[in-house]
Design a protein around this ligand. Structure first.
Ligand code: HEC
Ligand code: HEC
Length: 164
């Protein structure tokens, strides 16, 4: 009888472990259809995070990346973008709850442009090396140079126009 219970526990443990392994894939699949920016956006985020660059859509980074970005605003890519605690907390909550692992499941880069998916998407025929040297592009972080609706979190193929 004891043996049987042990077998049962073992079976349950294996099943739970297998479910744990399957979850990330299931979550990634679920994320795929999700928009990069929710219909209801946070006003403080839009205001505070779009003064130096576009407000990058929350779905462009995983939650852990947003926590890191928001935790280091006093030294934000060479600038000081600090906020009052209350605003920072509200913006972090918005970013984290709309974050996405669809692009990168195992790493939490500080930059969107450091993600493996970003490099993959931007190394094709449409974006040859010379494009990145075009003064109209300046930096890969300058999404809206090519994605005409980037500020709305829309990166669809139909709204891409790479400057000549
Ligand atoms: C004072 C100016 C300033 C403000 C305000 C600011 N940023 Fe930035 N941010 C920068 C600079 C400069 C860079 C680096 C851009 C580059 O390398 O071309 C950057 C880059 C980023 C990147 C990385 C982009 C990439 O290359 O993938 C993220 C993510 C980001 N900012 C998020 C935020 C968020 C979230 C906020 C609001 C809380 C914010 N920023 C507010 C100046 C600012
Ligand atoms: C120099 C122009 C250029 C810049 C700058 C640029 N992109 Fe792109 N991006 C493209 C092109 C072209 C494609 C389509 C690649 C393909 O399909 O081969 C693309 C594809 C994408 C895709 C996939 C779209 C889809 O539906 O498959 C995403 C998401 C994306 N870019 C996000 C960004 C973000 C975020 C930034 C800024 C941090 C950025 N891009 C900067 C040109 C650019």
């Amino acid at each position: 009888m004891l043996i049987h219970y042990q077998n049962l526990f073992h079976a349950i443990a294996v099943a739970v472990f297998a479910m744990g392994m399957a979850m990330p894939a299931a979550q990634a699949a679920e994320q795929r259809g999700k928009p990069l920016q929710p219909a209801q956006i946070n006003a403080k985020w839009k205001q505070e995070c779009s003064s130096c660059h576009i407000a990058y859509a929350p779905g462009l980074l995983p939650a852990e990346s947003w926590r890191k970005v928001m935790g280091g605003l006093d030294n934000h890519f060479g600038t000081d973008a600090s906020l009052a605690t209350e605003e920072s907390t509200e913006i972090t909550r918005f970013l984290v709850s709309n974050a996405s692992n669809r692009w990168s499941t195992s790493t939490a880069p500080l930059r969107i442009t450091e993600g493996a998916w970003f490099k993959r998407e931007h190394s094709g025929r449409e974006t040859p090396p010379a494009v990145w040297k075009n003064p109209l592009v300046k930096s890969p972080s300058n999404c809206q140079a090519c994605h005409t609706r980037a500020e709305f979190g829309d990166f669809s193929e139909s709204n891409i126009k790479v400057p000549e």
